[in-house]
Write a protein that binds this ligand. Structure first.
Ligand SMILES: [Zn+2]
Length: 139
């Protein structure tokens, strides 16, 4: 894993969250919630703040550090899962915007489908959250 990944993992620890990189079946077993597997079809990661876990799919279609940055944005902004399920579309765009800024700030190339993600909340907040997530990143 690269230096960005390591810095993001450190930030997850700082939030008292554990990061798991594994398959959907493995995380469902680990959490003891088979509902997870159903919910995670077509998903690259998941953040469950109440259970203090962040899951990154080991065969994610997006770069794993991007997925982890996205999940950390959820960990900061979307701690209430019932609120999340009600606002899923908007919250996903928001987490993508933060992850995109994390990529910009660390001079990484964004997956092309994220380059035009419209900011769904004010840009200053997005920048601030990205800075927070990058607290342990050394360029
Ligand atoms: Zn998400």
């Amino acid at each position: 894993m690269d230096t960005l990944w390591e810095a993001l993992e450190k930030y997850a620890k700082y939030l008292d969250m554990e990061v798991f990189v594994c398959s959907r079946a493995e995380i469902s077993r680990l959490v003891g919630n088979l509902d997870y597997q159903r919910k995670m079809v077509g998903v690259d990661g998941f953040c469950d703040y109440e259970s203090s876990l962040i899951w990154v799919y080991n065969r994610s279609t997006n770069p794993k550090s991007f997925v982890l940055a996205h999940e950390l944005a959820h960990a900061i902004l979307d701690r209430d899962l019932s609120e999340y399920w009600k606002n899923k579309k908007r919250y996903e765009l928001r987490a993508n915007r933060v992850a995109a800024i994390v990529y910009e700030k660390t001079s990484r190339i964004l997956p092309p489908w994220f380059q035009f993600t419209p900011p769904e909340f004010d840009e200053l907040t997005a920048q601030r959250i990205a800075d927070q997530i990058l607290e342990f990143y050394i360029a």
